[in-house]
Design a protein around this ligand. Sequence first.
Ligand SMILES: NC(=O)C1=CN([C@@H]2O[C@H](COP(=O)(O)OP(=O)(O)OC[C@H]3O[C@@H](n4cnc5c(N)ncnc54)[C@H](OP(=O)(O)O)[C@@H]3O)[C@@H](O)[C@H]2O)C=CC1
Ligand SMILES: CCCCCCCCCCCCCCCC(=O)OCC(=O)COP(=O)(O)O
Length: 437
Amino acid sequence: MIFPISLRKIEGRHSGKRTPFRLQSCLSYLYFDGSTSNAHARPKGWDWTEPGEGSLRHFRGGRMKLIDHDVCGNQRSREGLLTGSPLVSRLSHSPWGKRPEKKDTGTRTRHWHSSCHLRKSLLKLRIMDFLTSTAILPLLFGCVGVFSLLKLLQRMRMRAYLQNAVVVITGATSGLGRECAKVFYAAGAKLVLCGRNREALEELTKELTASQVTKVEMHKPYMVTFDLADPGAIVAATAEILRCFGCVDVLINNAGVSYRGAITDTTMDVDKTVMEINYFGPVALTKALLPSMIKRQRGHIVAISSIQGKISIPFRSAYAASKHATQAFFDCLRAEMEQYEIEVTVISPGYIHTNLSLNALTADGSKYGVMDKTTAQGRRPVEVARDVLAAVGKKKKDVILADLLPSLAIYLRTLAPGLFFSLMASRARKEQKSKNS
Ligand SMILES: NC(=O)C1=CN([C@@H]2O[C@H](COP(=O)(O)OP(=O)(O)OC[C@H]3O[C@@H](n4cnc5c(N)ncnc54)[C@H](OP(=O)(O)O)[C@@H]3O)[C@@H](O)[C@H]2O)C=CC1
Ligand SMILES: CCCCCCCCCCCCCCCC(=O)OCC(=O)COP(=O)(O)O
């Protein structure tokens, strides 16, 4: 007979004591609830003890005694030894009495039948218990094995996808772009590094080629310098990019600029510049590279957006608008490119410890030049870069790389917009107040 028992409860409060328990029946299992002080409660719905009142009288050092009465009113008891795992313990016990003799009353026979019935159901239980104890472990190991195998396959597929792939990274001179260059290079990608600052690109190239640490074959990166805010430069740069390795497998639109300012103070030029760099530039570069990808029926476009591509926070109007536009454009692109087997991944990070706030534009177009606390406390760019690598390798479509609060804020914006807007308004009031004081 099997008694699944919560060992935790027993050990916690009652071990070694003479303690009353309430017995409760659930299906044919017997549970006892150590938290109650009910001494002689009748086991609810438990027909096994029907002839009398059963109660658990004794429990000491792993032994327990169950006492009830037979039909003639004689007290009878069973003793059990508590064994088994902490999750499910068993009470092995001396079985109940024998078949009633002919002289027994009808009641006694009825109880004997009910006892038989109980034995049958307990046999079923024992079989079930045997099956679970013999099946659960192999099943568990099986699941872990399959999971590990799938992970291994995924890693191998990822490696094969990125090794020797031509990867173009914009904004490779600094922050996230720079770290992306390092992790994609280490994965064996053929890099085309883009930025405005040639010296910074050269320095990065030197650093990369000096670090031959991985087993995979490394390829010397190319550099292409252009300004994303200059549409003419983008056309010329595209031709140069395509000449580097003859094709592009992955384009990572990472370059970007942030902004801080009140809408009422901000000139239209600033709005346009932010949109040029963060939205029109990546869109133009993507459009320029797409025909060659479509021709090969192969390619992957990545957009580094932001949490602010999903929610808008005060004093970030131009930046949030550019990131929302980015999200929308690349979502459309994903749908349209599926027929050509071109992947589109939009990545929305939360704060990262980079130069973003230092380089942010203000209302009059000047540089903000402050390392914000939120930026300084952001994630390490190398970690985010690894997540970008994984997202690209796994061909993810939309990825949020942020802490719990920004992630929750996205849901709040969708599910309770009124509340979200109130929170943002109060944030704006507070920020305005601290600026004025
Ligand atoms: N840091 C953060 O908290 C977060 C950042 N992001 C996004 O990550 C991306 C990378 O930013 P991050 O590394 O943080 O910031 P950084 O300021 O460190 O890097 C920005 C990069 O963009 C390049 N860039 C800026 N303007 C232009 C331009 N006109 N033409 C070409 N390249 C340009 C910069 O190159 P140059 O050397 O020429 O200036 C630099 O390489 C951005 O899109 C940003 O929006 C998203 C969420 C959070
Ligand atoms: C169910 C409870 C939900 C509670 C939600 C409360 C709302 C809290 C608002 C949180 C706002 C998070 C903003 C995150 C912004 C962010 O991560 O931006 C990333 C960037 O792009 C950073 O750029 P910036 O120039 O602004 O530094």
